[in-house]
Design a protein around this ligand. Structure first.
Ligand code: PLP
Ligand code: ZN
Length: 425
């Protein structure tokens, strides 16, 4: 049974059928999925959701399929970890890490949006999928598409990190490195999507794709015991996930699954590419595009989108919730990655470092109340961005394969006698 009414322009309200459409013919606004909320309210409850398998489809009445899901049956429902050690360092009372760095199977939040877009693409009769990606999205489309047996054309900027390139190629898609930055790649994909009948998950399937991001917010609310936090800090690239977390909270409130939402939502970007932060700081309600700093000067590459498609909706969510936005320097990002690893045992990629670094700044600036609860959105895994930290974490101690060498080098001067005494005693 489907609760999807159709698509609707976010700007002018014009209605469209539930097809592979994404832009309004009248005003060029983005299209969004419309649900029959009255019908959904009669179907879901905390108990119904809690009894379902722990994957992203446990909220299926609020996701845009007409039939049963076919992809992502092991994706989503990632850990929400209480981070007391990190909280002490940051000087706050209640801190949580929502860790999509262990999302299945490609270790980023993209394993939520891709199964939703892909299941929908199959419903609409597509046999070929594609995407424009800064890396993680291509990994996810590549893996989920392999499992689904779909043809895959993936487009990335030519200069991505090795981990993200290999992380797509391993699943044997057609991977195309475009000589340009992400914004060039995205433009090219729009042209291809209008000429070929392929489902580009984040272009012509975008209304469905973005709905998948709500599951991150649904899970936060459910895992906190059916409530939302006082503050939530979220990274911004194309601007999909942040407004969709807000929408998820609002939908749960509307379905009476949670009480009134009072969460302040905050946006995090890297100083090397911060169009949304700059727009927020200068009081604009649109996002003037920026040219990202060269790759060689940018630690954070996942969020490196100079012209975010959903930027205005990020600004709207920040303003409506009383939140704010800030950016982190390369050094702050690397420090935050190391801090999260050393305190909570979680290794995140650069986007997560950016988000935690910005959280620290917001606490220091008094924008986050240390007595309230805060969720930090960790959206990707550190294994994919080894380059960012490899020269900043020291090296192994080198020894010969002997006890003598171990005691001299590792335990150091005098330590061998103490160790010997300990063994003898
Ligand atoms: C894609 C991505 C984001 C956010 O992207 P949006 O387009 O703003 O939703 C955040 N973190 C990581 C690791 C990502 O791959
Ligand atoms: Zn319109």
């Amino acid at each position: 049974m489907s609760f999807v009414r159709g698509l609707k322009c976010k700007e002018c309200g014009q209605e469209y059928p539930k097809e592979a459409l994404y832009v309004c013919e009248y005003c060029f606004g983005p299209l969004e999925v419309e649900y029959d909320y009255a019908a959904v309210a009669g179907q879901i409850s905390r108990d119904v959701i809690a009894r379902r398998p722990q994957n992203l489809w446990r909220y299926r009445e609020l996701l845009p399929l007409d039939g049963d899901p076919t992809d992502g049956l092991n994706s989503g429902f990632t850990p929400l970890v209480r981070a007391d050690k990190l909280a002490r360092v940051l000087g706050v009372r209640e801190l949580w890490i929502k860790n999509d760095g262990v999302n299945f199977p490609t270790l980023s939040y993209k394993d939520r949006v891709v199964p939703v877009a892909m299941s929908k693409a199959k419903e609409l009769g597509f046999d070929t999928v594609g995407c424009a990606s800064t890396g993680n999205l291509a990994n996810s489309v590549s893996a989920h598409g392999a499992k689904a047996g779909l043809r895959r054309f993936l487009f990335i900027p030519h200069d991505l990190e090795l981990g993200k390139v290999v992380g797509s190629l391993i699943y044997q898609p057609t991977l195309v490195a475009v000589n340009g930055n992400y914004d060039d790649v995205n433009r090219l994909c729009s042209e291809i999507a209008s000429k070929y009948r392929w489902a580009f998950v984040n272009v012509n399937m975008r209304p469905y794709y973005t709905e998948g991001a709500k599951t991150y917010g649904f899970e936060v609310a459910e895992q906190l015991g059916w409530r939302t936090p006082d503050h939530l800090v979220c990274p911004v690239a194309g601007g999909t996930i942040l407004p969709k977390i807000y929408k998820a909270f609002q939908e749960f409130e509307r379905m009476e699954l949670i009480g009134p939402v009072r969460t302040r939502i905050f946006a995090a970007q890297a100083a090397t590419c911060a169009p949304v932060v700059r727009a927020m700081h200068s009081g604009q309600d649109f996002v003037p595009p920026v040219k990202p700093a060269p790759l060689s000067e940018s630690v954070d590459t996942s969020l490196r989108i100079g012209n975010p498609a959903d930027g205005p909706y990020v600004l709207e969510a920040l303003r409506e919730t009383g939140g704010w936005a800030d950016m982190a320097t390369n050094d702050e990002i690397v420090d935050a990655i190391r801090l999260l690893a050393a305190t909570e045992g979680i290794w995140t990629e650069t986007a997560g470092g950016t988000t935690l670094a910005v959280t620290r700044k917001l606490i220091a600036a008094g924008k986050i109340d240390p007595n309230g609860s805060t969720v930090v959105c960790i959206t990707g895994n550190g294994l994919k961005t080894i380059e960012a930290v490899q020269h900043r974490i020291g090296a192994p101690m080198q020894i010969a394969a002997s006890l003598k060498s171990f005691e001299q080098v590792v335990l150091g001067g005098g330590a061998s006698e103490r160790a010997a005494a300990g063994v003898a005693g």
